[in-house]
Design a protein around this ligand. Structure first.
Ligand SMILES: [Zn+2]
Length: 121
């Protein structure tokens, strides 16, 4: 049995996948005074980072790592420059469009802006 076999057997137990959890990555998550964060025995209570269960709803989005938007934005503010360096944008992107058409009858007098069909031939 090599190390890969070990990791697989730790994920599956009698054929049932174990639940996957992540600790909230919010840098101040453990400092918010909510009942859901209180852990420990009487006389030794703490506020603990929220443990997030991966579900069908959050398995493919950012909320498998953050318990709420507040923790997400705290993380982004704390690590702003590192996050921007992951995929730097040094030039603008452009989407080809048809000439905009003004809608005179529209209450808000908005313009219709249609993207050009991309010809991949
Ligand atoms: Zn949190």
């Amino acid at each position: 049995m090599d190390i890969d076999d070990c990791s697989i057997s730790s994920i599956y137990f009698y054929g049932v996948a174990k639940m996957t959890y992540n600790w909230c990555h919010g840098p101040k998550c453990h400092a918010y005074t909510t009942q859901s964060r209180v852990r420990g025995s009487k006389g030794n209570k703490v506020l603990r980072t929220i443990k997030i269960k991966e579900t069908n709803w959050n398995k493919d989005n950012i909320f498998k790592y953050f318990c709420n938007q507040n923790c997400l934005y705290n993380f982004l503010h704390k690590h702003l420059e590192e996050v921007a360096r992951i995929a730097p944008r040094r030039e603008p992107l452009e989407t080809p469009i048809k000439d905009p058409v003004k809608n005179e009858n529209n209450y808000w007098n908005r313009w219709t802006i249609a993207k050009k069909e991309v010809d991949n031939v």
